[in-house]
Design a protein around this ligand. Structure first.
Ligand code: FMN
Length: 278
């Protein structure tokens, strides 16, 4: 990396491995391998005398605000977004690394992105949950609509889930940010995908939504697919092809011609109740 990115001559590079120690006079650096967080060769460095853990990308956050954790009120939200976007696919490696961190007497965590943690409890507790893939009674709804029929279907299920006491995060894929979706994928147990039929399949933005689910590998357990169509449909079939291999139990689907009728609305309410129960 040093040679490739910055042209550092090979002879100036000292390769370190697990448990190697570098004495720098009054300071001692101890190296810990923590691979795939999120690059193959990721390592942590522990500064023994000051009990500082330089954790590379692990515990990172994409924000330039706040030098220390206590200077930024919304830091956990940034940290969760970073976890969702970057670390979530590597949860099992994260769990191993977390065990290693617990073996050290860490006073300060200094990741390579975002503020330095001088209060480490909160982020360690959050990472313990996130790397285990713990989910909440929460449903993420991702949808796209051209003429608002799918939106009408989605609104029905959102309302019923909400009234059943489920935390609901609603994203219109036409303007949602990937970071926000990734953040809410971290601890959502259910997913609702809403898409109109376009050219015999899903709307391209809905494809983007299911691609995020495929790539980020959240711990979603249950799913519902809602679709409005004009003639032959096809969006639900394609959505199921994506969601089924993800070990998401799709508890129901609805395909409606145009906007939802009163009867279709009743069925969506029923689906919402089933999802809430799960
Ligand atoms: C570009 C375009 C492509 C479409 N392709 C299909 C299709 O392949 N099959 C189908 O049944 N309906 C198709 N439709 C019709 C829409 O799926 C239908 O109007 C639906 O009710 C729109 O839902 P929305 O109001 O949520 O956008 C298409 C509409 C558009 C604008």
């Amino acid at each position: 990396m040093a040679s490739v990115q910055y042209g550092v001559p090979r002879e100036r590079v000292k390769v370190v491995r697990e448990e190697d120690v570098l004495e720098l006079g009054s300071k001692t650096l101890c190296f810990m391998e923590a691979p795939w967080l999120h690059w193959p060769e990721t390592m942590f460095t522990y500064l023994k005398e000051d009990r500082v853990l330089f954790s590379c990308d692990f515990f990172g956050a994409h924000t330039a605000f706040g030098f220390y954790d206590d200077e930024l009120e919304e830091l956990m939200s940034f940290a969760k977004m970073y976890f969702g976007e970057i670390m979530m696919p590597f949860r099992s490696m994260g769990r191993k690394a977390l065990e290693k961190v617990k073996e050290k007497d860490v006073k300060i965590i200094a990741p390579s992105h975002g503020p330095i943690y001088r209060n480490t409890e909160k982020i360690l507790e959050a990472y313990s949950k996130w790397t285990k893939g713990e989910t909440k009674e929460k449903v993420i709804i991702m949808y796209v609509t051209m003429w608002k029929s799918t939106e009408a279907m989605v609104n029905v299920i959102a309302k019923i889930l909400f009234s059943e006491g489920i935390e609901v995060c609603l994203y219109n894929l036409a303007n949602a940010s990937i970071g926000d979706i990734a953040k809410d994928l971290v601890d959502s147990r259910g997913v609702v995908l809403g898409t109109p039929a376009v050219l015999g399949g899903m709307h391209p933005l809905a494809l983007f939504g299911v691609y995020l689910v495929k790539a980020l590998r959240p711990s979603l357990k249950y799913g519902v697919v809602l679709s409005s169509y004009g003639w032959g449909g096809g969006a639900v079939k394609q959505a199921l092809e994506f969601l089924s291999p993800k070990k998401i139990e799709v508890i129901g689907t609805m395909e409606v011609n145009g906007p939802p009728s009163a009867e279709a609305t009743e069925k969506i309410i029923e689906l919402g109740k089933q999802l809430a129960k799960k």
